[in-house]
Design a protein around this ligand. Sequence first.
Ligand SMILES: [Zn+2]
Length: 284
Amino acid sequence: MPELPEIEILKRHLEPRLEGSTIQGVTVFHPRSVRPDTPEKLLEVLADRRIQTVQRRGKFIVLQLSLNGRDSHSQLIIHLGMTGRLFLEPASASIRKHTTVSLSLGKQALILKDMRKFGRFTVDTTSIDKLGLDPIDDSLTTSYLFSRLQSSRQSIKVKLLDQHIIAGIGNIYAAEALFESRISPNRKAHELMRTDCARLIRAIKKVLKKSIRFGQGLDLDFAGDTPSNGLFYFGSHGTRSAGSSERFAVYGREKNPCRICATPISRTILASRATFWCHSCQPN
Ligand SMILES: [Zn+2]
C-alpha cells in the first residue's frame, strides 16, 4: 500500500496537470469504490466544480473544489487502498480493465483503476477529519508525540501506524524510522522518554524525505498501452519494485545482514503486521 512518500510524489505530479480543470462528468463502474457515497451523490457534488488545488493529507489525495469562481467547500477525497492506481488519459482512450471510477475533465479523464477495490473516490470527509499531524511539516513536535504515547501500553510500532496520531506512516516507513532511531518496535509506547520521541521524529522525517527525493528522481512509471498513459505511482510495478526495496534498511530484509552491525534482520508479527528490525541495533 502506498504511504506518505508515494502519495506526496503522486500529488506533485497531479498538481500541474489537474489544477484549473473542470469536472464535467463522473462515471462509476463499481459503486463500492465511491462508498459511503452513491454514484448519484458523487455526481451531484462534483459536476461543474473546478479543481482549485491538489493537496495531500496523510495517505489521501484531496482535491479542493470551487464553483463559479468561489470556494464550494466541497472536496474529493482519493485513497488508493491496496491496488489502486491513478491514470490521466485522453478522453477518447478506451476503458481499461479494473477501471472503477472515471472523472471527465474535458480533453482528459482522471481514472482510478483498482483490482481489489479497496481504493476510493468520495466526497465524504470522515476519513480525513480525524487524521493526526503530518510528519513532514513542523507541527509534529516532541511534546505532542510524547503526550500522545504516554497512556498507551501498545508497542511503539503499532502507535506509529495509528493515523490519528501521525498521518501517513504505514508498515514500511514505521520499520525504517524505528531502525533509523535505534528503537525496538516492541517497546511499549508509554516507556519512550522525551529524548526517544525527539530521536524518533528526526528519524521519521529523515526516512520520509529521503524516500520523496528518491521518488522525484524516478521517471514516471508508464504502464499504459501508449506513452501518454501515465501511471502516477512508483514502487510496485514490474521491475521497479526490486530497485525500490533496495533502499530499505530493514523492511523486507529478513535474514539479510544489518547494514550497521551485520546481525541478521529479524521478522516478527505485531498486531497482525509483519515487522522487521535488527535486535542488536534496536534492543528491547
Ligand atoms: Zn544492526
